[in-house]
Design a binder for this molecule. Structure first.
Ligand code: MRU
Length: 356
């Protein structure tokens, strides 16, 4: 599996996903502003991956800080935290990473600044390593929903490239394959940035999982013909009531699934669950530049000069359309997600099992 992001020789190396699958090239980031730019410009994208990138960017920034005491160190880190929080608003993972790092630093405030700088590098590497384990666990819980002969629809890219490795929506597929199940995947191309065409189909082919690429507006026709067995997608932020924000067009897929009685699963690491927001109405939705819509891959204009554009990068699928949310702790009905907030929740009582 190709690395999405790495910490090497006190630098951050990110795979430039905006050039995939034509070129496989890494961008070397020597300072945190370059990492933040990479998140904003989609060199790295996908909720867990941008959380990891933010953690590495913070570690990078910290190495350059001159501070004699903890208070000054934190004060100088503040604009760094703000820079990452301002990059992309919908995925909660950047917020999650910043909070995790702030809490860690506060708990170690009596240590030397030099020790704290090393701690931040170790923490960023830990966040990356943990993400891979989390995804494998999502895969183990999710694989039960894939049966021999299934055709799985996925939208956008919630694969290895969107994470530290293994992916969230793709993890159940990878585990099902390891279990010897025979199935195929249909990838929505995912206008306007084409994560499905450029990234998902590319990485599934590398994993030897049979994949067929379709335009976004083909999904309904295939469902009507009985050619889709289930859908699995990722999420940028799932909230207390089980509403799910994900790539624009996910809501359309979910509504189509409901109409055709097709199970609709969301793979969601706990780092993408925001218990502080009661419903999807409160999730900030990123709107990106009109050029993503008026041009193909930034170069070829396909719309008239001056046309008005709306380019919402994400939408919200109401919990009612979601069959189950697959986390590293198990698969749950969306209405039970709120129970995961408590460390004492009886998970066995609320986990759901295959048997659709
Ligand atoms: O704009 P992107 O490419 O960052 O959008 C990515 C998605 O919507 C993914 O489905 C989501 O982040 C989950 S990634 C495991």
């Amino acid at each position: 599996m190709i690395a999405t992001i790495e910490w090497k020789n006190n630098r951050v190396f990110m795979l430039d996903q905006s050039r995939l699958p034509i070129d496989v090239a890494y961008i070397e980031c020597r300072d945190y502003l370059k990492v933040a730019e990479g998140i904003q410009k989609l060199w790295i994208r996908g909720a867990p991956a941008i959380g990891i990138a933010a953690a590495m960017g913070i570690a990078l920034a910290a190495q350059e800080i001159a501070a004699e005491d903890f208070t000054l160190f934190m004060k100088k880190l503040d604009p760094v935290f703000s820079a990452f929080l301002a990059t992309r608003p919908t995925a909660v993972n950047i917020q999650w990473a910043v909070e995790r790092i702030r809490t860690l630093l506060r708990s170690r405030k009596d240590e030397t600044i030099s020790a704290l700088k090393s701690l931040l590098i170790e923490e960023a590497k830990t966040i990356l390593a943990e993400d891979v384990e989390v995804n494998k666990a999502i895969g183990r819980w999710g694989a039960q929903f894939i049966r021999d002969g299934d055709t799985i629809l996925t939208h956008c890219n919630a694969g290895s490239l969107a994470t530290g490795g293994y992916g969230t929506a793709t993890a159940p597929m990878l585990i099902a394959k390891e279990q010897g199940k025979q199935f195929q995947v249909i990838a929505d191309e995912t206008r306007p940035v084409l994560q499905g065409a450029r990234l998902t189909s590319w990485e599934l082919m590398q994993s030897d999982i049979p994949v067929t690429l379709i335009t976004d507006n083909t999904a309904g026709a295939l469902m009507k013909k009985g050619e889709i067995s289930l859908a699995i997608v990722g999420t940028d932020r799932t909230v207390l009531n089980g509403d799910v924000a994900n790539k624009i067009g996910t809501y359309t897929v979910a509504v189509l699934c409901r109409e055709h009685a097709i199970p609709f699963y969301v793979a969601a690491p706990m780092s993408s669950i925001d218990f502080s927001i009661p419903s999807g109405d409160h999730i900030p939705i990123e709107e990106r530049s009109p050029e993503e819509v008026t041009h193909i891959c930034g170069t070829c204009r396909i719309a008239p000069v001056g046309v008005k554009v709306r380019n919402l990068a994400f939408d919200v699928t109401p919990a009612a359309y979601v069959t189950a949310i697959i986390t590293e702790k198990g698969a749950f009905r969306p209405e039970d997600i709120q129970k995961l907030r408590s460390p004492h929740a009886d998970l066995d009582a609320i986990r759901i099992r295959a048997g659709r």
